[in-house]
Design a protein around this ligand. Structure first.
Ligand code: FE2
Ligand code: FE2
Length: 184
């Protein structure tokens, strides 16, 4: 039996399967469709953040996460495949809101400043935390439903979202926050 995130055995693993619970399957599939929309949306939105950022470390960090985000899209397509479903995106209002907020910050801060970079980092970390919450929850649910291959795919992406969040924190701590305080 696969251990869950806390290292204990999942309590309901033997009791719940997709065949037994069509409603649960629907819920799981909908959540994957929501994430599929979100990741596709990020593929379009991250390049705007790269061109708005000034710090080379920040640009590089977002650039490499954009490449990972493209992989996240294809991993979700593999998940749909494993579920025997077509890959369908369902609009994710939360991700739309988070990316709008990021774009608003860019518009509201002067170009070429560390202040704008700090704003981009704050907004980007909210995006990563939303993804971490989504992948974390769905990874656990996949384990509970006995979808081990799906769980493994979700776990891979979860790890990359956590790393992206960490990279953003490091860029903020090492470089940008100090410069932004000097600009103030
Ligand atoms: Fe992602
Ligand atoms: Fe991400």
């Amino acid at each position: 039996m696969t251990k869950n995130e806390t290292g204990s055995n999942p309590k309901f693993a033997a009791q719940t399967s997709l065949q037994e619970s069509p409603a649960m399957k629907e819920l799981f599939k909908d959540a994957i469709s929501d994430l599929y929309w979100a990741e596709n949306h990020l593929v379009k939105s991250l390049p705007k953040m790269i061109s708005a950022a000034t710090s080379p470390a920040l640009k590089k960090g977002i650039q490499s996460h954009l490449a990972e985000t493209e992989v996240h899209v294809s991993r979700l397509e593999q998940v749909f495949d494993l579920l025997g479903e077509k890959a369908i995106a369902k609009k994710c209002d939360a991700m739309e809101g988070l990316t709008k907020e990021a774009e608003g910050i860019v518009e509201g801060t002067p170009p070429g400043t560390a202040t704008r970079d700090v704003g981009i980092i704050l907004a980007s970390q909210k995006v990563e935390h939303y993804e971490i919450a989504s992948y974390g929850g769905l990874h656990q649910l996949a384990l509970t439903l006995g979808l081990d291959e799906v769980a493994a795919l979700l776990e891979q992406t979860l790890g990359e979202e956590k790393k992206a969040d960490q990279t953003l924190s490091e860029v903020a701590e090492k470089d940008i926050n100090y410069k932004a305080a000097q600009e103030a």
